[in-house]
Design a protein around this ligand. Structure first.
Ligand code: ARG
Length: 462
């Protein structure tokens, strides 16, 4: 195949060798080849229908492109830097393969609308894969939540003991985060699903094309409405990377909690050996590498979001070569997000909980102090006064080094004589959690309701 530039007509000097390599994108955009070929076949089909190409020409093009795809997929295709990008590599190979008809494929289109189409086709499919991994993770969380609906652990604010919660409730909080992520991705997918092809270089084409037909062939909801916008818009890449950033931020928060919980000092959970690694010097170590690495990877994805925003900032209409820089951040975001979700979804079912450790931890730090205050309120005391009374009781316990539930009725009544024997029902961890029995509360009954609702929504969405 000749490396002759497809645009060389008006040039009298050859491209500087370094510039040739510097401006080429084929090393990374070759992964768009399947979408490039898919788009070309749809374009050729539309051209035939509009009487611009003959059926014989289309047949040769389709046959040639499929042959090239096969060569690419089996690693037998020779990519050329001189041919700059995936689009010109494929087109040159096609012409080498089938002759004249190959040269007609580019009628009524430009690489500008071609690349915008390829990236959308590719990302659309990746989002669908990501949604599947995300759903697998959501289902894993529901299973743990169900298993641990009654398991008590301390809930924290400021990482200080706050109130007893159930582990199932904690897992359902994670689930909520992921459900918002799924709906953001769905939204991004829907907005992105319009066809740029037909915008040609920037202004449209003089050929009588049928963009709605091409859109239909490629599974788009319709063509982009403005040709200038169609070739220059990269909002979908930014939106996706923003969604990915929020999702990675969530995974980093979950990873942080898994890391803390699996430390010897907490020991709330044990991660499966298959998701941890050891130390080359300290024989006792079992490090939570997977959650740590995911926590770390969130940083590079936030970076890609910033890169894409900056790439598009101040760009005049329409296509500019700057846009070639959209691919590497986008590809890296997809690869790392998919990897993180996959390993997370594999890791979660393999977590084992240590309910005794969680319970012991919940008994430290006066987790039921609010319950005592609420008890006093139910007996008629204004909340502010109750807060004060309980604060004093806690100070007493701190000095005596005991828990509220360990005080005698006499000792408690010294702080308020409206306290009666039934107070102890409210000072237990289980009583405290079970009492928060309303939508969104931590009571095991509510956790089970939340799980049922979540399963129903997943079923409907699928
Ligand atoms: N490789 C280019 C990109 O990724 C394809 C479009 C090139 N268009 C152009 N007019 N140079 O953006």
């Amino acid at each position: 195949m000749s490396d002759k530039k497809l645009w060389a007509g008006r040039f009298s000097e050859p491209t500087d060798a370094f510039v040739e390599a510097f401006t080429a994108s084929v090393e990374f955009d070759q992964r768009l080849a399947p979408q490039d070929i898919q788009g070309s076949i749809a374009h050729a089909t539309m051209l035939v229908r509009q009487g611009i190409l003959s059926e014989d020409e289309r047949e040769a093009i389709v046959k040639g492109l499929n042959l090239i795809l096969d060569r690419i997929e089996s690693g037998r295709f020779e990519w050329s830097i001189g041919l700059e990008d995936v689009h010109m590599n494929v087109e040159a190979a096609l012409t080498a393969e089938i002759g004249e008809a190959g040269k007609k494929l580019h009628t009524g289109r430009s690489r500008n609308d071609q690349v915008a189409t390829d990236v959308r086709l590719w990302l659309r499919q990746e989002i669908e894969q990501i949604q599947r991994e995300l759903q697998r993770l959501q289902l894993a969380l529901l299973d743990i939540a169900e298993r641990e609906a009654e398991t008590i652990l301390p809930g924290f604010t400021h990482l200080q003991t706050a109130q007893p919660i159930t582990f199932g409730h904690h897992m359902m909080a994670w689930f909520e985060m992921l459900e918002r992520d799924a709906s953001r991705l769905e939204d991004c997918h829907r907005r992105m699903n319009r066809l740029p092809l037909g915008a040609a270089a920037l202004a449209g084409t003089t050929f009588p094309i049928d963009r709605e037909f091409t859109a239909e062939l490629l599974g788009f909801d319709g063509p982009c409405r403005n040709s200038l916008d169609a070739v220059s818009d990269r909002d979908f890449a930014i939106e996706f990377t923003a969604d990915a950033s929020i999702l990675m931020m969530h995974l980093s928060r979950m990873s942080e909690e898994l890391t803390i919980w699996s430390s010897a000092q907490f020991a709330f959970i044990t991660l499966s050996d298959s998701f941890c690694t050891g130390s080359s010097i300290m024989p006792q170590k079992k490090n939570p590498d997977v959650p740590e690495l995911i926590r770390g990877k969130s940083g590079r994805i936030f970076g890609h979001l910033m890169a894409l925003l900056t790439l598009m900032k101040s760009q005049p209409l329409a296509y500019n070569k700057d846009n070639q820089e959209d691919k590497e951040p986008l590809f890296d975001t997809v690869d790392n997000l998919r990897g993180s979700l996959k390993v997370f979804a594999d890791m979660i079912p393999a977590i084992s909980c240590n309910p005794e450790r969680m319970r012991a931890a919940a008994l430290q730090g006066f987790a039921t102090a609010t319950d005592l205050a609420d008890y006093l309120v139910r007996k008629g005391m204004p909340f502010r006064d109750a807060h004060e009374v309980v604060g004093k009781s806690v100070a007493f316990c701190v000095a005596e080094q005991c828990d509220l539930a360990e005080l005698t009725l006499e000792q408690l009544r010294a702080f308020s004589d409206i306290i009666e024997e039934d107070v102890f029902d409210y000072l237990t961890l289980e009583g405290s959690a079970a009492a928060r029995d309303h939508i969104g509360g931590t009571a095991p009954a509510q956790v089970r309701r939340a799980i049922a609702g979540a399963r129903e929504r997943l079923r409907k969405g699928a």
